[in-house]
Design a protein around this ligand. Structure first.
Ligand SMILES: C[S@@+](CC[C@H](N)C(=O)[O-])C[C@H]1O[C@@H](n2cnc3c(N)ncnc32)[C@H](O)[C@@H]1O
Length: 198
């Protein structure tokens, strides 16, 4: 069996049938259904949006009066919508003050940012943590009071410290492993509900 085939599963087939750009959409859908994260008319920021399945899903959920901005190193080339805006950027080189002026206040910031994995667990977890830390900084710059933050992170020894630190900004914090996460994957999602403003 080729490497590509080993990675295919029923979520991959379902995504193709349902015309989603990636199987990752089912992770967001599960979290959204359970925690009522996304509502009509909201303004969202999607970090690490390529190829675009999360943004596709969000556009559907927020409807015509809502809006989604996606950021990635790579431009989604199979997805566009009148209320979707793409910013091509490396999140580590993005000026958060500029971003806050450019996109305004957001109801939720969702991050599926992932590093290029090396197979070395500790190194991959550390790079994922760097992305998650930066996603949190960006979220804090643009989130409204009571806004939500969803963030992918690889399990590692610093996860608990990051979770505890993030918790100080949100009234509730959850650690979630959606069913669509592959069995061997170390990824989990942190969900901060209701941003507390000091
Ligand atoms: C797992 S994919 C996201 C899939 C997406 N949520 C979807 O449903 O289509 C992770 C993305 O993070 C992006 N990424 C990784 N590091 C980044 C960085 N420093 N700045 C911006 N994007 C980054 C990658 O380019 C990649 O497209």
């Amino acid at each position: 069996m080729g490497k590509q085939n080993r990675w295919k599963d029923h979520y991959t087939d379902r995504a193709r049938e349902e015309k989603w750009l990636a199987r990752s959409v089912y992770k967001l859908e599960e979290i959204d259904k359970k925690h009522r994260l996304i509502r009509r008319g909201q303004r969202l920021l999607d970090l690490g949006c390529y190829p675009g399945s999360w943004s596709q899903y969000c556009i559907k959920r927020v409807g015509d009066r809502g809006e989604v901005t996606g950021i990635d190193l790579k431009q989604p080339d199979r997805f566009s919508a009148p209320n979707f805006r793409f910013i091509e950027a490396d999140i580590f080189h993005l000026d958060t003050d500029w971003l806050a002026r450019e996109v305004g206040q957001r109801d939720a910031v969702i991050s599926d940012l992932a590093p290029q994995t090396t197979g070395v667990r500790v190194a991959d977890a550390s790079r994922s943590l760097d992305l998650a830390e930066r996603a949190l900084e960006i979220a804090l710059a643009v989130l409204k009071k009571n806004g939500h933050f969803l963030c992918k992170i690889f399990e590692g020894e610093d996860l608990k410290a990051f979770r505890d630190r993030s918790h100080s900004y949100f009234s509730q914090m959850r650690l979630i492993r959606p069913s669509a996460v592959r069995k061997r994957s170390r990824e989990v999602y942190l969900l901060g509900l209701n941003r507390v403003k000091q």
